[in-house]
Design a protein around this ligand. Structure first.
Ligand code: CO
Length: 217
């Protein structure tokens, strides 16, 4: 367990090492950021966007919340998406879920935890819609993993239907949405096969991904 003093000492060491590798690193970043990626991931401490993708500061704009959601009424995620797309002009938006997500498990079990229950309303609705496919799986561990995957598909669909993303696509701005899932057990990202550059393509790819996930049992 680290103390805050240890974190500050780590920070001094890190900044010194970065300068050793590239003396202009911080002065260049201080002038502007030009990330190509927006990452929408879970708040879980085990899924840090930069580290697991090997990206340096300045390369990825990050939004994280419990269970990596993009709910229609959420001002926070939508503000981040708007800034990333319209001001930073990112080329890719990645929705990244992870296996073992506690938020998804709470929704699967219909647990009453607290305020987060409101936040997870959409995941519970998804679980209800996919109940038949989930019931066909042998145990809760498998159901949990499948709901984590289906949640990514659902959030990519939500993302593709946001005002900002639709406006960018209508204007011909190059922008691709992606659905990935991270396995905490081996540190590997898996591609759920959703890669779309238009609303039609997003609907099609999400429907196909959902089909694969609910058919394979
Ligand atoms: Co999580």
């Amino acid at each position: 367990m680290n103390t805050v003093d240890e974190l500050l000492a780590n920070n001094r060491t890190w900044a010194r090492e970065m300068l050793g590798q590239d003396p202009e690193f911080f002065s260049r970043l201080a002038a502007q950021q030009q990330p190509q990626f927006l990452w929408i991931g879970c708040s879980d401490s085990r899924v840090p966007a930069n580290q697991i993708t090997g990206l340096l500061p300045g390369n990825v704009f990050v939004h994280r919340n419990v269970a990596n959601l993009v709910p229609g009424e959420d001002l926070n995620s939508h503000s981040v998406i708007q800034y990333a797309v319209e001001a930073l002009k990112v080329r890719h938006i990645i929705v990244c879920g992870h296996y073992g997500c506690g938020g998804v498990l709470a929704a699967l079990r219909d647990e009453r935890v607290g305020l987060v229950d409101y936040w997870l309303t959409g995941v519970r609705a998804l679980r209800d819609r996919e109940q038949a496919a989930l019931d066909a799986l042998p145990d809760e561990v498998t159901q949990h993993a499948r709901l984590c995957e289906l949640n990514v598909v659902e959030q990519v669909l939500n993302l593709s239907r946001t005002l900002v993303v639709q406006r960018a696509w209508d204007a011909g701005q190059p922008l691709q949405v992606h659905g990935l899932i991270y396995d905490i057990a081996d540190g590997l990202l898996q591609d759920l096969g959703i890669r779309a550059s238009s609303e039609g393509e997003a609907s099609e790819k999400c429907a196909a991904a959902r089909g694969r996930l609910t058919r394979s049992g």
